[in-house]
Write a protein that binds this ligand. Structure first.
Ligand code: EPU
Length: 431
């Protein structure tokens, strides 16, 4: 695509956000729950599914495996018929990291699974050693054949105690999926504790799996013979929720977000309160308010596995920290290359020194409109947030990154009063 024809978001900043919104279901719960549907011959229904590119790609993967699905009005019905086999086409595997989640279900159901290198955001090396060591612990042989991962377990998987080297989110999910139908008891020690794991475990239990401890460090799974279908509502998207709260704060505005789960956002809510935003929480609802004359002050943060500050909100929060008084240090402890938004933030006039894993943000700096490019889902969202606080027009490229993970962030911001639109190709000629 030529640069001139590329879509972008056109934003005129300095509009105060104010309004009420209902957030969508979680991207990172939708993908493992879709993978779970492969564990049964019976249909499963997922509700509150966000209409995002990653979900569309995952449904294409299911289709390539011979599994039909329908996706209408945020509901997906998956209809597996018989044990499906095969592997995701390489181009689809490369489209998203979660493509690798078909490995666990296919391995335990068919005794063999393979997948090309999974893609997704380029934010670090993102190895798969935790997944592979876990499959081996459950009795599989795993090798790399021509760049593809191939796992075999001719005699089926058997339960084992496995200590994850790192509490990988997708690693925990892949092993949880596989262990549901393994023989005997599996204990996943040092498991990821993210709310999306709890949502997946809830769906698996509805399918008949015997799981305890999800949401804690150790998950125990007693394998069963077979699983049925399930009807599962996804949890609200905590990253969408957090992005909208931060967007409201950066414009010194107000937002009332409904259908949310405040308990999933403790770390962010603590930081927002610490810098001076007023947060009100009720079951299922979060309100944020920052007045025109409210003094916002600096803070330090570390992106960590849950319940620490979410790495998926680190870039967006950094954009907000350019607008608070004082010096904030941002440590990224999850991905080694998730700071690509910094150079772009500087183009708005942000004062950020020393790149690498712990940049120092000095604020507040008045931002001016800029032409910038997002390089991954959350970096693009961060640049949108910066543009909301910038004086004058901005253009944000990287639209395809954003649509992988947010159903309609620009539409939601517009509903709250932002001046943001998707610019058509002809418009982009006048940068
Ligand atoms: N890691 C390993 N070995 C492994 C797996 C991971 O060393 O086998 C390392 C990674 O390189 C990284 C760290 O562990 O440094 C964390 O990776 P993790 O496996 O936990 O991440 P993930 O499961 O690949 C999911 C989300 C990401 C989110 C991370 C962390 C999905 C589909 N993706 O990725 O979401 O950032 O957990 O919370 O659930 C996003 O939504 O924008 C996104 C990138």
């Amino acid at each position: 695509m030529s640069a001139a024809a590329e879509p972008c978001f056109r934003i005129n900043g300095l509009r105060r956000l104010d309004g009420v919104l209902r957030v969508n279901g979680a991207k990172n719960a939708a993908l493992p729950c879709l993978a779970a549907s492969l564990l049964s011959d019976e249909p499963s229904r997922l509700r509150r599914v966000p209409d995002i590119e990653d979900v569309r790609r995952f449904l294409e993967i299911l289709s390539a495996l011979g599994v039909e699905s329908e996706f209408e009005e945020n509901e997906v019905v998956v209809r597996p018929s018989g044990v499906c086999a095969g592997s995701p086409p390489d181009n689809l595997a490369a489209a998203l990291r979660a493509s690798f989640l078909v490995m666990g279900p296919l391995l335990v159901r068919t005794g063999q699974a393979s997948c090309g290198t999974p893609g997704g955001d380029v934010i670090g090396a993102r190895p798969l050693d935790v997944h592979l060591a876990g499959f081996r612990a459950l009795g599989a042989e795993v090798e790399s054949v021509g760049g593809r991962t191939v796992a075999r377990a001719a005699n089926g998987l058997r339960g084992a105690t496995f200590v994850l080297d790192y509490p990988s989110v997708l690693g925990t999910e892949n092993l949880l999926l596989a262990a549901t139908l393994a023989r005997g008891r599996t204990r996943l020690v040092n498991a990821a504790m993210e709310p999306e794991i709890v949502c997946l475990a809830q769906m698996l239990r509805r399918m008949g799996a015997r799981i305890s401890g999800a949401g804690g460090h150790t998950i125990t799974i007693d394998g069963v013979e077979r699983l049925g279908g399930a009807d599962q509502e996804l949890i609200p998207d905590r990253i969408e929720t957090g992005s909208l709260l931060i967007a409201a704060a950066v414009t010194r505005g107000r937002a009332c977000l409904q259908g949310v789960e405040p308990d999933h956002l403790e770390s962010l809510l603590g930081k927002l309160s610490e810098i001076g935003a007023v947060i009100r929480r009720e079951p299922g609802q979060l309100d944020i308010e920052v007045g025109n004359h409210t003094r916002l002050v600096a803070t330090n943060l570390q992106a960590l596995p849950f319940p620490g500050f979410a790495t998926d909100l680190q870039a967006v929060m950094t954009a907000l920290l350019t607008q608070v008084e004082g010096t904030s240090v941002v440590h990224e402890r999850v991905f080694e290359n998730r700071m690509q938004h910094l150079d772009e933030l500087r183009k708005f006039g942000a004062n950020i020194i020393a790149g690498g894993a712990a940049p120092v943000v000095i604020g507040p700096t008045p931002l001016s409109g800029a032409v910038v490019r997002g390089t991954d889902i959350r970096a693009t969202a961060a640049l949108i947030v910066a543009a909301l606080a910038a004086d004058g027009p901005s253009r944000i490229f990287g639209v395809s990154h954003l649509s992988r993970g947010y159903s309609d962030l620009p539409g939601q911001l517009q509903a709250l009063g932002a001046d943001i639109e998707l610019a058509r190709s002809a418009d982009t000629l006048t940068n």
